[in-house]
Design a protein around this ligand. Structure first.
Ligand SMILES: Cc1cc2nc3c(=O)[nH]c(=O)nc-3n(C[C@H](O)[C@H](O)[C@H](O)COP(=O)(O)OP(=O)(O)OC[C@H]3O[C@@H](n4cnc5c(N)ncnc54)[C@H](O)[C@@H]3O)c2cc1C
Length: 447
């Protein structure tokens, strides 16, 4: 049979894998199946349409039909894949109620993730919304124009992006989070407090260390939490996502937290690859398996899956989970391990935190920047957290530094650039490294 690649899922992972396969093999027949009704779009941009910064949902659709046609990618929308026969190498799907099948020589699963749904009474209320797909955000966008107050469930990055967007639209916003701090996966509590104070300053209310117990009401809602009752017009659930492994499991693939893949992104069944939010990957610091659930990781994994699926050898090693965002005008980012994560992975560590001006004292529009570094007790960098202007650049630099196993010594003495409008003379990153070095010296008994 002629080489035939079938990709299940037309999100960033599926589409990137298909494009990579086409770049490397001009002859392979490529079919991409997705159950959604529109071409691949940017999930990451959805909160910014909600805030009004991006003027329409259509702007998030990344490529038009002509793009796929030119690459000879057969994209089939409204196609729900129901089963895969790995013996016969056949994918069966429902397209508009009609059963169809397509055969493959290699298969890529890029089925993404599903939103976590709290198991509480009343959660199926029509005024409870989710924040995963464009359709979810379109529904949310409609209710925003009618409502005055809302509760956002979850203070992770997506929850806070939504909270900031809804506040920008003039709503009263309460964020409910069961952890004791916001962004607890990204930041230690001392850094997350900087973000919390900033968002509280913009008018967002926080109820931390409390969980949702029940949703009551018809029309106007009452969110019953473990601490208090909050009246609101609607609730947005942004309580995390879990890998969508439904199809993988039905096919008998090895699944732990996500689909298990090797360095080729090949699953436990020969010729079946997986990439994106549905897989688990290796963390570059501790070597354990983690869920990345970031578009950047999905993209890198997909290029490897797409190449190997057409016989070109490529390897995907690990993730450092570099993440960045802008929340009500504040840039935030992190990479690698926080102190809490390091402790959880039994890595003895030190940290250094610098908080100060992001430019020189005399610059009129100066702001503040916080940089926190985490290193193991050999002085090797294992994580970084940044709040303030230029967080994306600092995180990117730290990404490479972690991969290269840079030492605190190297970071404290590295050559940096400077100009008054953009930076202080001594780089905040070097300052944080110097502080961590001092703690390390104390810990090891040196002066
Ligand atoms: C609101 C929001 C903001 C985000 N912001 C950022 C950000 O700023 N930076 C960042 O790095 N990441 C961000 N992310 C995460 C990022 O969007 C995801 O990591 C990325 O979309 C994962 O891509 P994927 O292709 O694996 O999965 P998805 O994009 O979820 O695509 C999976 C596709 O598979 C299809 N599918 C699943 N099962 C089937 C089936 N049985 N049959 C047919 N089709 C199927 C689904 O319809 C879906 O289209 C954000 C996510 C959201 C929701």
């Amino acid at each position: 049979m002629k080489k035939r690649l079938v990709v299940v899922g037309g999100g960033v992972a599926g589409v990137t894998a298909a494009i990579e396969a086409r770049k490397l093999d001009k002859d392979v027949k490529i079919t991409v199946l997705d159950r959604e009704s529109r071409m691949h779009y940017s999930h990451c941009g959805l909160p910014f349409v909600l805030s009004g910064v991006v003027d329409s949902f259509d702007r998030l659709i990344l490529f038009d039909e002509g793009f796929y046609r030119r690459l000879d990618l057969n994209v089939i929308l409204n196609a729900e894949v129901c089963s895969v026969d790995t013996e016969a190498k056949r994918v069966c799907y429902l397209e508009g109620g009609k059963s169809c099948c397509v055969e493959y020589t290699s298969l890529i699963l890029a089925t993404g993730s599903l939103p976590c749904k709290p198991k509480v009474e009343g959660i199926d209320n029509p005024n409870v919304f989710y924040a995963k797909t464009m359709d979810d955000f379109k529904k949310l966008n409609e209710v925003v124009s009618k409502g005055k107050s809302c509760v956002v469930l979850g203070a992770g990055l997506i929850g806070l992006e939504i909270a900031a967007a809804l506040r920008q639209r003039g709503l009263e916003v309460s964020v409910l989070e069961c952890a004791e701090s916001v962004l607890c996966g990204m930041f230690d509590k001392d850094v997350s407090q900087v973000v919390e104070h900033h968002l509280a300053g913009s008018g967002i209310k926080f109820l931390l260390g409390a969980s949702l117990k029940e949703v009551r009401g018809i029309g106007r809602l009452c969110a019953v939490t473990s601490r208090e009752k909050i009246e609101c017009d609607f609730i947005v659930v942004a309580a995390g996502v879990k890998p969508n492994t439904v199809l993988a499991e039905s096919m008998g693939l090895k699944v732990e937290d996500g689909v298990v893949v090797d360095e080729r992104m090949m699953s436990s069944i020969e010729g079946v690859f997986a990439c994106g939010d549905c897989v688990q990957c290796v963390h570059c610091v501790h070597g354990g398996s983690v869920l990345s659930q970031l578009a950047t990781a999905a993209l890198r994994e997909a290029k490897v899956a797409g190449a190997n699926a057409v016989g070109v050898k490529k390897r995907f090693t690990s993730v450092s989970n570099a993440v960045v965002s802008e929340l009500a005008g504040l840039s935030v980012g992190s990479v690698g391990l926080t102190e809490a994560n390091a402790a959880k992975n039994r890595i003895t560590h030190v940290s250094g935190k610098y908080s100060g001006l992001d430019s020189v004292e005399y610059w009129p529009e100066r702001g503040r920047i916080t940089v926190k570094l985490v290193a193991n007790t050999n002085g090797v960098l294992i994580g970084g957290q940044v709040v303030g202007a230029g967080a994306d650049g600092v995180v990117n630099l730290l990404c490479l530094a972690i991969r290269k196993k840079a030492s605190l010594e190297e970071l404290s003495s590295m050559e940096t650039c400077y100009t008054p409008p953009l930076s202080p003379v001594v780089n905040p990153l070097s300052m944080a490294a110097e502080i961590a070095l001092k703690k390390l010296a104390l810990k090891s008994g040196k002066k």
